[in-house]
Design a protein around this ligand. Sequence first.
Ligand SMILES: [Zn+2]
Length: 378
Amino acid sequence: MSVSAERVRDLAFELVGVRSPTGDTARVARLYARRLTEIGMDVMVLDDHFPATPTVIGRLRGGERGPTVVLNGHLDTVEIPHAAPHIDGDVVCGRGSADMKGALASAAEAVRVLGEQGGFKGEVAIVATGLHEAPDGRGEDLTHLLGEQGFTADYAIVCELAAHEAIVAHLGSATFEITISRPGMPMHELEAPRGTPHPLLAAGQVINAIARRTAELAETEHPFVGAETFFIGEVHGGDFYNRHPTTCRLVGTRRWAPTNSLAAVETELRELLAEIAKVTLCEIALDLRLVRGAYEIDPSHPLLLALQDSYREVTGRELAQGGLKTVADGAIFAAAGIPSVYHGPKGCGAHADEEQMPVAELVRAAEVYVTLLNRLLS
Ligand SMILES: [Zn+2]
């Protein structure tokens, strides 16, 4: 194996150098597409449905028929200001270095090595998207690619998270926005007739109900993913100390285990809100939007075992099975019927003020990808 630390570092640094917040990734997508072409891949840049976030698809075919394995990642980053990209010793620093342009550099390097080796069956593909990070991205482009566009594969490797763990399950996640309102205009508190519905007091009841439900959920630990959660992050309401308000808005998340579903979560939340609406005489509207579904893979699935074997071969260590609370794109592949695993290089500072990715991790991930691709395509 001849993974080049220099090449993978330089590509990671080059990708990090192009700003690409969620929804605005065209420049970095075209750069990545050029680099994939240079390593011998057939590359398409799909920009008809999502022109501001083109999907990059690279393909490299082996000599004989065989399965298709796709390496997947996102080129968008969270839009949080970051110091200018730089290389600090053996660490690539900059927004997106850890989440997850470094991983896409590792994927490209793995395909380059596989192509140089030759003699593999089937096909390896790389798919890079630009609508990943919520709330602006919810994987719409990847969902569209695997749905309407009919892209398919036999196995998917989602190149982030799980650097030193074999993920067998993660929670699903949705954002909620609850709008509580009453008819009429805001008015002086003393002008409001007795019994005028009060959206802030109704919001208090909703918050209490969510707190009670959170405590109930905390009692059930699901294997690998722990307890489901219900979380409020924002409360907005009222505009003056003695005005009787007309609206209040609550924003947060609901996360569920693979044994539960978005539909069931939605039904439960709507029932809870309907009851409070009846008691408070307020109108309560719910906007519940999927971020990603829950994910699980059979702990004895051949793809997962092949990943564990490949990790052991490269590192000499065991890749223990575990679970995650965060969501990612394995759920989209799984929902499309494509078995998927998570594996990426381990950086630090995803979504934090400072992101860093050690070059050694980029190399390790690329080596695991090469080993895994050789197993799946031989
Ligand atoms: Zn990410």
